[in-house]
Design a protein around this ligand. Structure first.
Ligand code: TXA
Ligand code: MG
Length: 337
């Protein structure tokens, strides 16, 4: 298959691809997604093939606004509407009980479905023109870092999908925050582009799923099936170093080998002579780190490094999401200094 490059002017052509059951790369504010008609089980099945995604990992539905909640979900709590008013369109996915109209292949057989309204004018226009909810995981091959620009998505998907719409680089850079609203107490299943602090301001206290900050023990199942898979991992093994910036940079410098790569904050980029370095933004700016973290993880696959060390932000704001992506890339191999 020849993957076509579309521009933001090609809304109708993009929508037609979705309507006829094709696969479309779509820009969102978080990361690029691999979209298909979410009501067409065969089209959705092709997403799993193109990504090499395990069948037990459900997809989220992208909709143009809150009026789609009733069509896809039931027993919707008032808190879901409040969150939609506060944060949609935006980087928030809500898990809700699903209706029959949502095919089993979307939810991997679960009786719940993830709902998201992305904050990207081009993709909102495409979804509205297609007239269907769009099932879309991140547009990477399974296990790889999520794509934050069209070129990264093409790296993974060229020849596997019908087209990709180039909507420019993603403004947020990490995937949406996922909150489960199906139990009496809201629970954070994935830290993402909407900070936990903002959710808690709207909802009150939110429980944080253990899988976000720690590796799962044998036999433990996360509430978001995708959290159990090795993810975002470059080819070379990653070690995350946590602690104050000067100390972590010093630790990394003392452990550099002949072919070591470093992911660091801007302030420390000059500390690591003669090795490939990717800085991800100032230590105090987790929003910028979020925009750059997946690019950094991808970068090292084009080098000959055999080990990667990464500095890691604290948990405030988007730091929780950035730290989670780095720790997952490291398989939770973490050194505290
Ligand atoms: O920002 C995003 O959310 C991006 C863009 C493209 O919208 N999409 C994305 O999708 O990150 P994906 O498939 O890569 O990650 C969705 C996560 C997976 O970990 C999946 O297991 C979880 O959401 N998930 C989906 N449906 C669920 C459900 N019903 N219950 C619990 N977790 C669910
Ligand atoms: Mg993904």
């Amino acid at each position: 298959m020849n993957t076509k490059f579309l521009t933001p002017n090609d809304i109708e052509e993009a929508a037609a691809i979705l309507r006829r059951g094709g696969l479309l790369g779509i820009p969102t504010e978080t990361v690029y997604g691999l979209g298909a008609n979410g009501l067409d089980p065969e089209a959705v099945g092709r997403i799993f093939e193109a990504k090499g995604r395990p069948q037990d990992n459900p997809l989220i539905l992208h909709v143009p606004g809150p009026d789609w909640l009733e069509r896809c979900c039931r027993d919707i709590p008032e808190s879901a509407y409040a969150l939609a008013r506060a944060f949609w369109p935006g980087p928030l996915t809500m898990i809700l009980p699903r209706r029959e109209i949502v095919p089993d292949v979307v939810t991997a057989g679960l009786d719940t479905v993830g709902m998201r309204c992305p904050d990207h004018p081009v993709t909102l226009a495409i979804i509205a023109a297609a007239g269907v909810p769009v099932a879309a995981p991140s547009g990477n091959r399974s296990g790889r870092p999520s794509p934050t620009c069209a070129a990264h998505m093409l790296e993974d998907m060229d020849g596997r999908i019908d087209a990709i719409v180039d909507g420019g680089p993603c403004g947020v850079g990490v995937e949406s925050t996922i909150v489960d609203l199906t139990a009496p107490a809201p629970r954070l299943l994935r830290a993402g582009g909407l900070p936990l602090e903002a959710l808690e301001q709207a909802l009150g206290p939110v429980e944080v799923d253990k899988a976000i900050t720690a590796p799962l023990g044998a036999g433990e199942q996360p509430k978001a099936p995708g959290m159990k898979y090795r993810h975002y991992a470059p080819k070379a093994p990653v070690t995350v170093v946590t602690g104050p910036g000067g100390r972590t940079a010093g630790y990394i410098r003392a452990h550099l080998g002949a072919r070591t790569g470093v992911i660091c904050f801007d302030e420390y980029a000059g500390w690591f002579d003669r090795c490939p370095v990717r800085s991800i933004g100032p230590a105090a700016d987790p929003d910028e780190q979020a925009r750059r973290v997946f690019d950094a993880l991808r970068y090292f696959d084009g080098t000959d490094v055999t080990a990667i060390y990464a500095q890691c932000p604290g948990d405030g704001g988007l730091g929780l999401a950035v730290a989670n992506r780095l720790k997952k890339a490291a398989g939770f191999h973490i050194v505290e200094v």
